[in-house]
Design a protein around this ligand. Structure first.
Ligand SMILES: C[S@@+](CC[C@H](N)C(=O)[O-])C[C@H]1O[C@@H](n2cnc3c(N)ncnc32)[C@H](O)[C@@H]1O
Length: 262
């Protein structure tokens, strides 16, 4: 099933269930955000695009921090949420419905920063997506993105006695898989799942013309040592993170790239 159809189905339930900050940029579930990782630098006055902007939270934060931000997402429902949220926050952000693989609404070299958080993993032609990011960036522009780490993407929790471990099936199996996301009896969506290894991401980014400045595998927040008040400050939080924490604290869940157009 296409990402567009899947996200249109799941959007309402998803936005209700996850807690995404409107004060910090997030880089995936229970991962440190921009305030900790400082990858974007000062965004004030900069033209910034979020590709696969979903419900618009990151683009809204960027606008609050003084950027001229914009968002693009393939799902009409996600964009509807983004527009409503921006209105509620009294923030103006142009949100566009469209694919990050072909961003016809943007001409060449108009952004200083392109950001993408947890979205490129859904792109069928991720190499084309990297080329599009390159095209719309100005010279010396930053492209920062995160995806589900390939280790997390191709594994699952397995029980060994009382211990929960991460079982990796086949890291090298790049075949497309259809998977089901079920929130309740009526909110069920099927998605096409893609798997790219670290090598695939690295080489495709370089082939698109970018220079890779940093790769990060951030350790998650120590949920077991945090108060409820502290957990409320986590940029991206959902209840399931708590349930899976004992496993997630031992594997990289988020893979982050900081790259630059020369
Ligand atoms: C996990 S959500 C992340 C949304 C947002 N970046 C966030 O972090 O909250 C993934 C998003 O990618 C969008 N998406 C998937 N494929 C896309 C494509 N080819 N072009 C643009 N957006 C896409 C989905 O519609 C969905 O909103």
């Amino acid at each position: 099933m296409s990402a567009k159809r899947g996200w249109n189905t799941i959007s309402k339930a998803y936005q209700k269930n996850v807690k995404i900050s409107l004060e910090d940029i997030h880089y995936g579930p229970i991962s440190p955000g921009e305030r900790d990782l400082k990858l974007l630098g000062n965004v004030e006055g900069k033209d910034v695009l979020e590709m696969g902007c979903g419900g618009g939270q990151n683009a809204i934060v960027l606008a609050k921090w003084g950027a001229k931000s914009a968002g693009v997402d393939i799902s009409e429902e996600q964009i509807k949420h983004a527009r409503n949220l921006a209105q509620q926050q009294n923030i103006e952000v142009p949100f566009h419905v469209g694919s990050m693989e072909k961003m016809e609404m943007f001409s060449d070299e108009i952004f200083d920063i392109v950001l993408s958080s947890c979205a490129i993993g859904y792109s069928e032609d991720y190499e084309q997506t990297f080329r599009e990011a390159f095209r719309v960036l100005r010279k010396n522009g930053l492209f920062v993105f995160c995806v589900v780490h390939p280790i997390a993407n191709r594994g699952r929790t397995v029980k060994r006695g009382k211990r929960k471990l991460w079982g990796l099936g086949n890291y090298f199996d790049r075949r497309r898989r259809t998977w089901t996301w079920k929130y309740d009896d009526t909110t069920i969506a099927k998605f096409d799942g893609y798997h790219r290894t670290l090598q695939d991401y690295f080489n495709s980014i370089v082939s698109a013309g970018f220079i890779i400045e940093r790769i990060l595998e951030p350790e998650p927040y120590p949920l077991n040592k945090m108060t409820d008040e502290e957990k409320r400050m986590i940029p991206y939080y959902w209840k399931g993170s708590e349930r899976e924490y004992d496993v997630w604290r031992r594997i990289p869940y988020t893979l982050l790239f900081k790259t630059r157009k020369p």
